[in-house]
Design a protein around this ligand. Structure first.
Ligand SMILES: Cc1cc2nc3c(=O)[nH]c(=O)nc-3n(C[C@H](O)[C@H](O)[C@H](O)COP(=O)(O)OP(=O)(O)OC[C@H]3O[C@@H](n4cnc5c(N)ncnc54)[C@H](O)[C@@H]3O)c2cc1C
Length: 456
């Protein structure tokens, strides 16, 4: 029970989904909340790129999909009144491996150009996923139940995803296939990432068959929530210093070239660790907390978006996405839900080392030639494009957090523990970095910590 001053003054830093939800929920409880955002708009890593393309087309550079079991995200989407649409369900999957387009479907299983065991050839891609992943998905346990992490979860956190797959009997060829596509998009891929994080993330991803997106662009979700918050948000306020004592917290921020300060009773810092490290705390945070902030890794993601004069790919019966073994990584039709133009946008999703390579100045053209390699008709339809690196975004400095073995279970309790008047939120403090669901769950955890905490 809060027995001190009420309403308490709370400052929330960062108007991504975590900061927005913290602010909304604390305002509902009667707290006096101010939300400081460095950018001129809300949403953070929900970033719908507009005004770069013809005919009003737009492209999601950050969050694009909502799973049917993302109950928190769906609930705030409903509160915001945004309209959802299902992703198209292709009847076959496309991959581009070793310079060839490979089509895989239950009726016509692909002949994968890698060396698989006889059993793996019979199982096919979906069968291999089922055989090798199911035991691990079960072994992660339910992280929301008391007693978690279980022994099995701790064991999974002590190995890489590749080690886990080999332990399940996956051949080198099968592992090579898993290194192409979604499984590779966390951190520096399955040879580096903790098996526990990789498997928890796969659970959160669910099936793309049941995923949804927001009609008119994902940015409508944070924008509508921000409208409800109204003038309690201040944009263009980049926080640089946090001074704290047992009496209050003073926050220093830059706004239109001038330095301002604001004092409050408690602060919620809802920004990624990569940016948090640039904020000066006085006195310093505890050694454990500081170590976790300094050492939490962030996935590199680079998106290349190409505008095409026609949607020639509609002739490729199932093109919504293509997994490639090229630096561009995953290719997708970014405009499948936008029907007002004959033009379309193709977007690549490159992660890890390839993303760092493609983010270097001058590498746009090499990304374009890779995309043309996969979709040759683009040569006659190309109308321009752009490249966006999450590593280079000053207020993200990476796409989403990832862990090497033995980091996740050790770091998470440290990141989530309050320290005096300071609370950390954001998807990187949740079990599900890289998901709006993780950002919202971190916000609700923080709000509960504040509401259930004693007066300070
Ligand atoms: C490439 C990519 C693909 C993704 N795909 C999906 C998907 O399909 N589905 C899904 O659910 N999720 C997806 N995500 C994850 C989702 O976007 C994030 O989990 C979620 O948006 C994180 O919200 P957040 O509030 O924790 O952080 P952020 O969105 O990063 O918000 C932090 C905010 O803090 C602000 N800020 C930073 N520093 C300061 C400062 N010093 N002072 C003031 N303000 C500051 C930033 O400008 C930002 O607005 C994806 C993310 C990326 C990058």
């Amino acid at each position: 029970m809060v027995t001190g001053r009420f309403p308490e003054r709370i400052v929330v830093i960062g108007a991504g989904m975590a900061g927005l939800v913290c602010t909304l929920e604390l305002m509902k409880q009667g707290y006096n909340v101010r939300l400081l955002e460095a950018n001129s708009q809300p949403g953070g890593r929900i970033y719908t790129m507009r005004d770069h393309f013809a005919d009003g087309l737009f492209c999601e550079l950050g969050a694009a999909f909502i799973g049917e079991h993302h109950f928190l995200t769906l609930s705030y989407a409903q509160q915001a009144g945004v309209q959802l649409i299902n992703l198209p369900v292709p009847n076959r999957s496309l991959s581009y491996i070793g310079g060839r387009l490979i089509i895989d479907s239950p009726a016509e299983p692909a002949l994968w150009p890698v060396s698989l065991t006889a059993e793996e050839r019979i199982l096919g891609y979906a069968g291999m996923l089922g055989k090798y992943l199911t035991p691990g998905l079960n072994a992660t346990g339910n992280p929301f139940l008391p007693g978690w992490p279980t022994k099995q979860a701790i064991q999974l956190d002590s190995m890489t995803m590749e080690e886990y797959l080999r332990g399940q009997g996956a051949s080198s060829g099968a592992i090579k296939l898993f290194e192409i596509g979604y499984m590779q998009m966390l951190g520096d891929g399955i040879r580096k990432v903790s098996a526990l994080q990789r498997l928890l993330d796969l659970k959160m991803a669910g099936s793309e068959r049941s995923s949804k997106t927001i009609v008119g662009g994902m940015d409508q979700l944070p924008k509508k929530l921000a409208l409800t918050i109204g003038s309690n948000i201040s944009y263009g306020c980049a926080v640089t210093h946090i001074e704290h004592s047992n009496k209050e917290v003073t926050i220093r921020f830059n706004h239109s070239g001038e330095v301002f300060t604001i004092s409050c009773d408690r602060v919620i810092v809802a920004i990624p660790s990569t940016v948090l490290r640039t904020i000066h705390f006085s006195p310093s945070l505890s050694k454990e907390k500081n170590d976790a902030i300094q050492n939490q890794l962030s996935t590199s993601v680079t998106r290349t978006v190409i505008q095409s004069r026609t949607r020639f790919w509609n002739n490729l019966s199932s093109f919504t996405t293509v997994n490639t073994d090229l630096k561009i990584g995953w290719l997708l039709d970014a405009t499948f839900s936008q029907t007002t133009s004959r033009r379309g946008l193709i977007c690549s999703y490159s992660s890890g080392e390839s993303a760092r390579e493609l983010s270097k100045a001058g590498n746009f053209n090499s990304a374009v030639s890779e995309i043309k390699q996969v979709l040759p008709e683009l040569s006659y339809n190309y109308e321009g494009g752009t490249v966006f690196s999450w590593d280079h975004h000053p207020y993200s400095r990476g796409a989403y957090a990832w862990y090497k073995p033995k980091q996740m279970i050790r770091m998470l309790p440290t990141l989530t523990a309050e320290e005096g008047r300071i609370y950390l939120a954001g998807d990187n403090t949740s079990l599900f970095p890289g998901w709006i669901e993780g950002a919202i769950s971190s916000a609700l955890r923080t709000v509960n910590q504040i509401i259930s905490g004693n007066s300070i």
